[in-house]
Ligand binder design. Sequence first.
Ligand code: PAF
Length: 281
Amino acid sequence: MRTVNDAPALRAAVRAWKREGASVGFVPTLGNLHAGHHSLVDLARKHADRVVASVFVNPTQFAAGEDFERYPRTPAADSAGLAEHACDLLFAPDVETVYPFGPQHSLSIHVPQVTEVLEGAHRPGHFDGVATVVAKLFALVAPDLAVFGQKDWQQLLVVRRLVRELAFPLEIVAGPIVRDDDGLALFSRNRYLDVHQRTRAPELPATLEWMGESFVEGHARAAIEGAAVRRLERAGFNPDYAVVRRAEDLAAPAEDELSGLMALVAAKLGDTRLIDNLAFD
Ligand code: PAF
């Protein structure tokens, strides 16, 4: 696996592959890679001849007071893991390459509607930072397809809309959530949990399962959402939301709408904010 840090070297590599007729898959990441990220690389490998992954801790998607500074940076382990998963090229740009005028003076892309609820409401500006960096990375890498994990479901919807509105000539492939044996979705921020919190954390996916089952049994949506919040509080979480939404646009479903639904939760355990989701019919 080759590692490049600048745009000309990246472009030269991708152009050479394209001249040979190879398709290029792309996996953007913030680094601190785990089995969830590796599964996205494996998925990209299934769909494309060559795979590029990026590691870039994007400053514009962290709000003031969030964990930008302490976000785990593990370049050696990231590089080894990507090489093991047959990634062809690691793009690890510095801030100037992605933000030539500085992050404060960058253009900013705002995706409306789907960003106004849930994560967008609780992390103002977060999705502007995500949409902006993803558009920049797509322009730099020029892939034929890009793979995003379903754990960040709302992010996936934002990226799909970005691709459609800006007519990026690429396909978005969604990778399933990878979970630990006890059900907790793999997530770089899980490493912030202490031993006690880690034993409690599986209550998050258990609550999602319970929400799905309760909905299928015919309980009212509002009652399920309220009970899910209380259940999480009893387990020591500080929930931001626990909701049942239409998966395709995160709108509240009509009363007779029973398919294409998803439960989504976000909750803090100590200082660590976890999110998760589960699709059900
Ligand atoms: O999901 C992530 O890791 C990030 O939000 C992304 C898509 C790499 C943009 O920085």
